[in-house]
Design a protein around this ligand. Sequence first.
Ligand code: NAD
Ligand code: TYD
Length: 373
Amino acid sequence: MLYQPKKILVTGGAGFIGANFVHFWLKNHPNSRIVVLDALTYAGNRANLVAVESQENFRFIHGDIRDFDLVLSLLQEEEIDTIVHFAAESHVDRSIHGPDEFIDTNVIGTHVLLKAAKKVWLDNLQTPRPHRFHHVSTDEVYGTLRPEEPPFSESNQYAPNSPYAASKASSDHLVRAYHETYGLQVTTSNCSNNYGPYQFPEKLIPLVISNILDGRPLPIYGDGLQIRDWLYVDDHNRGIDLVIHQGKIGETYNIGGNNEWTNIEIVKLICRLLDEKFATNEEMKKRFPYAPQVSGSMAESLITHVTDRLGHDRRYAIDAGKITKELGYCPQESFETGIRKTLDWYLDNEGWWRAVMDGSYRKWVELNYSQNT
Ligand code: NAD
Ligand code: TYD
């Protein structure tokens, strides 16, 4: 039977995937209401939601998922029936240098949401209110794959390697426990690496794009032969939409695009696509005077191998067979179309990435990476 959410609390809706989710959802389900709860950390940006800010069926709350009273009052006041939980600290490198925030937000924060949801939707009610708690998680909980191993399926054992992955694994277990113990109606999705608009330029793809345009080095960790399975962000959100409407309560679904690339291949692809753009568009040279193409060089000249990430997982890959077979999931973007869309978005939204990078991110990079590059 189809579940029909009416009033949705989206946590972390001002971040990369959350903001894309809000746009995706309101476009496809204009009759539902969305309330975003976001603490606006360095990764959250209210400007990501400007296109929906004035819609009557949208509300933004600046607040923390760890604030139990706030979450409880929002669930009650807005009569929320569905939580879609994106809010998290999400960058592996930051988790290596400072794990505490990851435990606080990803583990404690998720638990606060679960407690509040249980209180409003289940406690002291003879019949539970119709509800759903969808938890957005990652393939990184499964650890790393050897080259010959099959992609991660839902039955793979959890073996997280970074503090980020361990914090997400813990939150997945808490979500499961609230279902098994209290009957909270939960679903979880574990997705591979996303790319697309609004991704903070600390993650590989937007970092490479913005660094080429400003003529900065492209840091490749170690040999660059680590493999990730890339999915366009709207295809992730398409999968979440299916799981919310049709997923079985208590189940987890892996979402991925069957699209494995080594890091160095991805970086070289972006270099080539930007070289082509500079070769065919004189305006680009005026806009980005520090790009290597302006002085007759190629983007690849910026590639710089740096010290490898500690505990760096060698390979991630997702087996999306379950969501495909059971819910009819099918990504719409090929990597070719998705990466071109993404490149065009960053070129069209230079103001956005410059503004977000002017903040704490640059200072953090200087502090942690100046010795490597
Ligand atoms: P992001 O870092 O871009 O955004 C996270 C958002 O959460 C930000 O808006 C931030 O302000 C908000 N936030 C952080 N702490 C908060 C708190 N305590 N209270 C309220 N809001 C808070 O992350 P993203 O890449 O959009 O990832 C979203 C979710 O998807 C995360 O749970 C992540 O683990 C998961 N995920 C990400 C990827 C990926 O490739 N980016 C892949 C699979 C799963
Ligand atoms: P990232 O985008 O941080 O995602 P994740 O760590 O969640 O997979 O990194 C993707 C891959 O790119 C990962 O193997 C680390 C690597 N990487 C670099 O080589 N250089 C960089 O500057 C960054 C940010 C990542």
